[in-house]
Design a binder for this molecule. Structure first.
Ligand code: GLA
Length: 717
């Protein structure tokens, strides 16, 4: 006898009260115990039958110090009873009771955001509070997307003190596990970190009010044994304070819990109100970090990024920041625009410095109108000129901020986060607007709407250059509200303003920036189209930053400029090739570039436009990591069914040794490919089978010396 495997989607066994979320290569399952606890049952390689699942039951108490509940793998463990592991939820009821007792009530299989979904409602045993767990299933990408909604049916206020998005249980196993995370700081975001998971807790977080660069809300946990190489990975879709904790016990079980950070968090749920957590997407892969990359990229392109922009190519942009800094004038920008148009740039962006009093970073933030000194005729003539050169027009803004020296702050000193009795800490001479306030949101929507509509703006670079401090909101406390909601309400306020702006201007493109890549997450990507990866535009550093960034985000989201960093030291081609790994931009002072440089960059832009569909929407595989590979070579391949393109970089050539051949991935073995290698000043082409390119590999045509690079185009014949 053999089984008929369960199809992709959600399956129920009503008798046993078991549910299985089946994807192309994985199964995720949970069930209900006799006394109504929702237990995690399984997550791993795809199972064929619901009968494969173990019963949902509490294991007997091992000792009085290890009660059954403490070891249970509950799907959404609340604070309450004999639980001492990760808890997902904690509340205080009006009578002072500080425990939750969540029991299974209903399960409904449905569709959410065009994906199969199951909604599991848990009901507190004594109080009128429900927590509904939502699981969406991206079957093709082996992903489960979780969130939780708290609803008060009570005629009283419930204080939520922790509301995580999910707890993910990884099975107990023999093989040790390695945790990979992304850490960084300004000028050095998304750098790979790896550590062994031993008994205890590994934690990554942000307590800055934004996603932050210290860590990115993403994890991958990998293990390799004699029988399998497996990775569990996930990413939080949230742009405020967040935490992800991976807790391992001495028996080899790991639980990953995450969501809105409980640090200084509290939310008052009034009668009839609901509170929904951000989504936490996670998956299972048996094909390495490249496999996790491919799944998250496809999911982000298909499910997260706003449409129609997600279906359109991201334009090659020019940004004036590194060329002029605050020295922005209509005449200067016109000259840069003419040079940018000559290169083949499609979108011209004026960065910081265009609004009143903005001669340095001490004044002006908040007053979002053109500086009458620098732009006596307003921005419209520049915008029209840029369009006459066949480019779109973009502008930098930092809507959440004010300088104390601004008209906005002088008019509304109460609009920023502060405690009346404390000093207001400035960072980069600026203060943060209280985005929780409805009047602040309404004001920003009005001002930005007008700016976009009146000046023909196609693109906004939305910056956020400092963390939140003094998180007070005295008006709200006077109203009997909870000021500690601001950590969540700030992000929701930003989302609301962006959503309103996009609704009014459906073709607008928004780039998320926060001193570089400090606000890079799947939450902001629901309403922005791309991310400024890092203020570090040095190609050497960028390879490392971009490798890490690409573990979470697809290439179309990763903006990379060719600037004057490395100019004269690194070959023009090398600088272009590094930036061509994502959404290509130019950011140098073009008035200083000679004809030879202009022509060479223009040629690479032409090639970029040809391969753009592959780079921006193909599957991405890092063939060689820049981290200490033999020969200092890094290589990335982008693949669709008909074509491939490979970028290879040799960062140093210390020993003049011959290099191994580079073996490619995901070609069709029997197909014949036209291989065209574009070096720094030369090109070669030949014919080869997919099998040869994947098995024997291709020879990298690097000349002696550091900073060699090439692009290899492979087209199926
Ligand atoms: C931040 C951004 C930069 C630039 C400046 C302008 O640092 O990351 O790209 O826009 O602000 O002040």
């Amino acid at each position: 006898m053999s089984y008929t495997p369960l199809s992709t989607g959600i399956h129920a066994d009503p008798t046993r009260r078991h549910w299985a979320l089946v994807t192309a290569q994985s199964t995720y399952a949970f069930g209900v115990t006799d006394n109504g606890l929702l237990m995690h049952l399984y997550w791993g390689p795809r199972l064929v039958s619901l009968a494969d699942l173990p019963p949902a039951e509490l294991k007997p108490e091992r000792s009085s110090q290890e009660p059954a509940l403490a070891k249970a793998t509950e799907e959404y463990p609340p604070f309450g009873g004999l639980r001492y592991g990760e808890t997902a939820a904690k509340v205080t009821f009006a009578d002072g009771t500080r425990e939750l007792d969540l029991r299974f009530a209903t399960a409904e299989i449905t569709v959410r955001d065009d994906l199969p979904a199951i909604l599991v409602t848990l009901q507190d045993a004594a109080y009128p509070l429900t927590v509904q767990l939502c699981y969406k299933v991206d079957g093709e990408n082996d992903l489960v997307i979780r969130s939780a909604t708290f609803t008060s049916e009570a005629n009283e206020t419930i204080r939520i003190e922790r509301a995580f998005s999910a707890v993910w249980h990884l099975p107990r196993q023999y093989a040790p596990r390695t945790l990979t995370t992304l850490a960084g700081q300004w000028l050095g975001e998304t750098r790979l970190q790896q550590r062994s998971l031993v008994a205890g807790t590994a934690l990554i977080e942000s307590r800055r009010g934004i996603t932050g660069a210290t860590a990115n809300p993403w994890f991958a946990i990998e293990s390799t044994s004699e029988t399998a190489t497996e990775i569990y990975f996930g990413a939080l879709a949230w742009s405020g304070n967040w935490v992800i904790r991976a807790t391992t016990d001495v028996t080899g079980a790991t639980a990953v819990a995450g969501g809105i950070h409980e640090h200084d968090f509290s939310w008052l749920l009034q009668s009839g109100e609901s509170f929904t957590t951000p989504e936490f997407v996670a998956g299972f892969a048996q094909d390495g970090l490249n496999g996790t990359r491919r799944r998250l990229h496809r999911y982000t392109r298909e499910q997260v990024l706003p449409k129609p922009q997600a279906l359109q190519p991201r334009p090659v942009l020019y940004n004036s920041w590194e060329a002029t800094f605050f020295d922005v004038t209509e005449e200067g920008q016109r000259k840069l625009a003419e040079r940018a148009a000559r290169l083949g740039v499609e979108l011209f962006v004026v960065d910081d410095g265009w609004f009143p009093a903005r001669v340095n970073d001490h004044a002006g933030l908040g007053d979002w109108r053109p500086d009458p000194v620098k732009f006596p005729r307003g921005l419209k003539p520049l915008s029209e000129y840029v369009k006459s050169l066949d480019m779109q027009f973009g502008l930098w803004v930092e809507p959440e901020m004010v300088n104390a020296d601004s008209d906005l702050y002088r008019a509304h000193p109460d609009w920023i986060y502060h405690f009346p009795t404390r000093p207001r800490s400035e960072a980069r001479n600026q203060l943060v607007l209280n985005m929780a306030r409805a009047d602040v949101q309404a004001y920003l929507i009005e001002v930005l709407d007008k700016l976009v509509a009146e000046n023909g703006i196609d693109f906004l670079k939305w910056d956020m250059n400092r963390p939140i401090s003094e998180p007070g909101w005295s008006d709200e406390i006077e109203r009997g509200g909870e000021a500690r909601e601001i950590w969540v309400r700030h992000a929701l306020g930003v989302y609301a303003v962006m959503d309103a702006l996009r609704a009014n201007h459906p073709d607008l493109i928004i780039e998320s920036c926060s001193s570089g890549g400090s606000r890079a997450d799947l939450g902001i990507l629901r309403r922005t189209d791309q991310i400024w990866t890092s203020d570090n535009t040095n190609p050497e550093a960028r390879l490392f930053i971009q490798e890490g960034f690409s573990l979470v985000f697809p290439a179309r989201v990763m903006v990379a400029w060719v600037t004057d960093q490395g100019r004269g030291l690194l070959p023009v081609a090398y600088r272009c090739h590094v930036s061509m790994l994502g959404t290509l931009g130019i950011g140098g002072n073009l008035l200083h570039w000679n004809d030879e440089e202009m022509n060479e960059v223009a040629d690479w832009i032409t090639i970029y436009k040809e391969i753009r569909p592959l780079v921006q929407d193909g599957d991405q595989y890092w063939l060689l990591s820049p981290h200490a590979t033999h020969g200092e070579v890094a290589a990335v391949e982008y693949v669709t069914t008909e074509e491939s393109v490979v970028f290879a970089f040799r960062r140093a050539d210390l020993f003049g040794e011959p290099l191994p051949r580079l073996r490619l991935l995901k070609l069709q073995p029997e197909a014949s490919y036209r291989v065209e290698i574009l070096g720094q000043n030369d090109s070669v082409s030949y014919q080869a089978s997919g099998a040869e390119l994947m098995g024997y590999g291709l020879s990298l045509p690097f000349k002696r010396g550091p900073f060699a690079s090439c692009i290899v185009r492979l087209r199926k014949q």
